[in-house]
Design a protein around this ligand. Sequence first.
Ligand SMILES: NC(=O)C1=CN([C@@H]2O[C@H](COP(=O)(O)OP(=O)(O)OC[C@H]3O[C@@H](n4cnc5c(N)ncnc54)[C@H](O)[C@@H]3O)[C@@H](O)[C@H]2O)C=CC1
Ligand SMILES: O=C(O)[C@@H]1CCC=N1
Length: 264
Amino acid sequence: MKLGFIGTGNMAGAIMGGVIKSGLFKPEEIIGADLLEAGREKVKTLYGIHVTADNKEVVEKAETIILSVKPQFYESVIAEIKDVVKPEQIVITIAPGKTLEWLAKQFGKDVKLVRTMPNTPAMVGEGMTAACRNEFVTDEELEGAKKILSAFGKVEVVSEHLMDVVVSVSGSSPAYVFMFIEAMADAAVADGMPRAQAYQFAAQAVLGSAKMVLETGKHPGELKDMVCSPGGTTIEAVRVLEEKGLRSAVIEAMKACTDIAKKM
Ligand SMILES: NC(=O)C1=CN([C@@H]2O[C@H](COP(=O)(O)OP(=O)(O)OC[C@H]3O[C@@H](n4cnc5c(N)ncnc54)[C@H](O)[C@@H]3O)[C@@H](O)[C@H]2O)C=CC1
Ligand SMILES: O=C(O)[C@@H]1CCC=N1
């Protein structure tokens, strides 16, 4: 087995979907363990991977392991697997707040650790993942881990102190973007557009706007100004968004998100 998951929930499913769709791994090269039968059956049906109820079996069989349980279960899962983790294996973590130092302490031995923060757009190959490593991971091994992570989107190696910021700016931010799309669609429905069509229009506008930021290199403010005709419709919407505190709401929400990640 090339890749193993402990925990086969939302984020693991998104990564499985991404690596299989990209062709990096075949379903039969992936194994996943989950406490719940429903969780195992879901990924088996959706992605055709091997599943097991035994976390240790994943460690015994897979080259690279992704710890994809909630942060509060990291301690017990690591206690369960630490004795079977081999020195040459790479353990990828995806939990907020779990530092390389904390992780190393839980394992209590020399383990190759790559700490990452992915996001669910991995499912459609548009993930954004940050990664950092501990001292046992060689440059070549880091490249190997990056190859896996880039199979489902972009990956950047960052200094570990930025990992909490990454949680709010890309790990959690898809949720805020979905809320924004949902709100825009609600407004369009209120003005008479059928709901399914409203989601299409709102989501495509967000996709196109994100692409403009990434591909033109222009400042987002300049791109916003290009939409605002003097005395026109857009500047009226911008005026109301400023009055209602859109920017401040986003900044305060993200500060709360980063702060909670630090405490995890
Ligand atoms: N959902 C997201 O957008 C993102 C999640 N993450 C991180 O990914 C990790 C997983 O999150 P989600 O997939 O959202 O959670 P989830 O709740 O969807 O999946 C976790 C899975 O782990 C299983 N599980 C719990 N205890 C277990 C154990 N002892 N042994 C084996 N399986 C066990 C659960 O049954 C569940 O299926 C978390 O650490 C989270 O912070 C990171 C980035 C984005
Ligand atoms: O909500 C959470 O805690 C996880 C981490 C980033 C996205 N979801």
